[in-house]
Design a protein around this ligand. Structure first.
Ligand SMILES: [Zn+2]
Ligand SMILES: [Zn+2]
Length: 344
């Protein structure tokens, strides 16, 4: 029986390492994965600090690993396969999955289908047959780690906004997801990319990932209006989950344009559309991380083709056994931290 040293929530604002036993033989539809690279996500802070997730829940939903064993019904993957797992479980069979909308799978009851336990030496994946993807030998764990969540989410922010070739895109906040949205806007054909961020390391990374200009949040809306002849941008992405960035995104989008919200408004559920009195003839879309084998393979194809390299996001590295210290580092947003590589 594999025993996994895993980071678990121990109460509000606290996590600790615990030994979790996993079965040698996973249940139907499940796969047991031995972690080779994992990381911490901004949404982990919401889960630990704000949400009523009970103590004892194993943390982590972004990881690459090697299949240890599979349960009944999992025929596409076998022990020894190197795989990426989407951060949300999907069945591949229900109506939503058949429409290609795997992140809102009805079988695993989105949004309660989040993967748990990937910040451990082993983790168990539900719906493995539809939710895993083999990692090509030519790609490293570091290159593909973010297809599991933030790359898929950041790209989807642009995709669900219905980007057209040459669109002007403003992206509010350049944390890990916002930076992935910037890389996505560049890869998907944006004309001009205006990022909004004030932390110097994030400003630098934003330019590296494709932003044409990075504005300070204090006067970003006024500058965006100036730069667009008072029309506003075609697409405004909210990537932080705060009232102010959402209001600024609404105030920056042109009539007929789209606000695309991917921030997690954990403790900030009340939003006001500050658009000078009207939000007339604009669109608002929100997005859960797209998942499923096909999605993961498509994202890895972009990486393999050289269009996207997100490895600079891995600013720090530590052992999985030190994950709780990683939470402290991540919360403080100090030392230029973007993503922390967690290794066994
Ligand atoms: Zn995440
Ligand atoms: Zn489904």
């Amino acid at each position: 029986m594999p025993i996994s040293n895993t980071c678990v929530k121990t109460g509000q604002h606290s996590v600790a390492m615990t030994q979790i036993p996993y079965p040698d033989q996973p249940g139907p539809g499940q796969a047991l994965i031995r972690t080779t690279l994992s990381t911490i996500c901004g949404s982990d802070m919401h889960l630990v600090d704000e949400m009523p997730i009970p103590a004892g829940v194993p943390m982590g939903h972004e990881a690459i690993g090697v299949v240890e064993a599979v349960g009944d019904g999992v025929t596409n993957f076998k022990a020894g396969d190197r795989v990426a797992s989407g951060c949300l479980a999907c069945c591949g069979m229900c109506k939503r999955c058949q429409e290609g909308d795997h992140s809102v799978c009805e079988t695993f009851n989105a949004p309660g289908n989040l993967l748990f336990g990937a910040q451990g030496e082993y983790f168990l994946v539900n719906g493995a047959q539809a939710g895993l993807a083999k990692v090509p030998d030519s790609l490293s764990d570091e290159q593909v780690l973010f297809v599991t969540d933030i790359m898929s989410t950041g790209f989807a922010a642009i995709e669900r906004a219905g980007i057209r070739t040459g669109d002007t895109v403003a992206i509010f906040a350049q944390g890990p997801v916002g930076l992935c949205a910037t890389a996505g806007a560049r890869a998907l054909g944006a004309g001009r990319i205006i990022a909004v961020e004030s932390i110097p390391e994030r400003v630098a990374m934003s330019k590296r990932f494709g932003a044409d200009i990075v504005l300070d949040p204090a006067d970003a809306v006024a500058k965006i209006q100036q730069m667009t002849g008072n029309r506003g941008v075609d697409i405004a992405v909210e990537a932080l989950g705060h009232q102010a960035t959402f209001a600024n995104a609404c105030a920056s989008v042109r009539i007929g344009g789209t606000v695309s919200s991917v921030g997690v408004y954990g403790a900030f559920p009340e939003l006001t559309m500050a658009t000078g009195g009207t939000f007339i003839h604009r669109k608002l879309v929100t997005t859960l991380c797209p998942v499923g084998t096909n999605r993961l393979e498509r994202l890895m194809a972009l990486i393999a083709g050289g269009t996207v390299d997100l490895t600079p996001l891995l600013t720090h590295s530590m052992k999985i056994s030190d994950t709780p210290a990683g939470y402290d580092l991540f919360r403080k947003r100090e030392g230029g931290v973007l993503k922390i590589a967690l290794r066994p």
